[in-house]
Design a protein around this ligand. Structure first.
Ligand SMILES: [Zn+2]
Length: 59
């Protein structure tokens, strides 16, 4: 099941959205984006849990 997420769902003022074929791939996309755009070098466990909770199924 493909998944998608929006930065806005995480409370960030950002129009980024990502989708991937599975949660781990999506988490990697968000990690990369957060590092590049939001200067978030390391994500805490709490942040990862928040991201997982905000993922939606697509397709
Ligand atoms: Zn963003």
């Amino acid at each position: 099941m493909a998944k998608m997420i929006r930065c806005r769902d995480l409370g960030l003022d950002c129009d980024y959205e990502a989708r991937a074929d599975d949660p781990e791939a999506l988490l990697e996309l968000v990690r990369h984006h957060a590092r590049r755009v939001h200067s978030l070098e390391e994500m805490s466990e709490a942040m990862v849990e928040k991201i997982r909770a905000a993922m939606r199924n697509v397709g």
